[in-house]
Write a protein that binds this ligand. Structure first.
Ligand SMILES: CC(C)(COP(=O)(O)OP(=O)(O)OC[C@H]1O[C@@H](n2cnc3c(N)ncnc32)[C@H](O)[C@@H]1OP(=O)(O)O)[C@@H](O)C(=O)NCCC(=O)NCCS
Length: 158
């Protein structure tokens, strides 16, 4: 199967933080950010695979600072590495204050998506071709993270 460049499926997504998604102290709910991360990653995975993809797992996530209502939440997602039917997608979230113009990193996450057929069985995905130094670094690191994920998966299987 012919490979596709990382840049061909990189995706951007953004949303204004609105009061409907606020927590009890008036900042954006962490769960809302997780939802946006899943959406941005799904766009990139599907765009790369050109196939239906489902979220298999999400690695550890941290929220580095609160997002205030009225700020602009921006996400960038790209496929770090394809294994066989699965792929790791990295997502970076940052926030821009529209009044001051200050941008701050909010969170980063790694998600694993699996391309599936109509019966829910995994299908092979085209390899991804890293080109830049950053893309090559992420490609190598994704292999290390997969090894850890699979070791955890075995542990959790009854
Ligand atoms: C994800 C899913 C398709 C995996 O199916 P499965 O039959 O258990 O998976 P398999 O053991 O055949 O593995 C398929 C691939 O997924 C990977 N995978 C499965 N579970 C994983 C996990 N928890 N973390 C990382 N990778 C995982 C495997 O490593 C394998 O990758 P490879 O083909 O690239 O080597 C299946 O569990 C599923 O449909 N889950 C529900 C998905 C969903 O609905 N998500 C939305 C949120 S509920």
């Amino acid at each position: 199967m012919e490979g596709r460049r990382v840049s061909e499926s990189a995706a951007e997504y953004s949303e204004l933080a609105l009061p409907n998604d606020a927590n009890m102290i008036g900042n954006l709910l962490g769960g809302k950010i997780m939802h946006l991360v899943d959406l941005a990653a799904a766009i990139s995975a599907t765009r790369h695979a050109r196939n239906v993809c489902v979220t298999a797992s999400v690695d550890h996530m941290e929220f580095l600072r609160p997002v205030k209502i009225g700020q602009w939440v921006r996400l960038r997602a790209s496929v770090n590495r394809v294994f066989r039917t699965s792929m790791e997608v990295g997502v970076k979230v940052w926030v821009e204050d529209l009044i001051t113009g200050v941008q701050q990193h909010v969170s980063s996450a790694y998600l694993t998506f699996v391309a599936i057929d109509a019966n829910g069985r995994g299908v092979s995905v085209a390899p991804v071709i890293p080109e830049t130094d950053d893309e090559n670094r992420r490609y190598i690191k994704a292999g290390e993270r997969r090894a850890y994920r699979l070791s955890q998966r075995k542990k959790d299987t009854p």
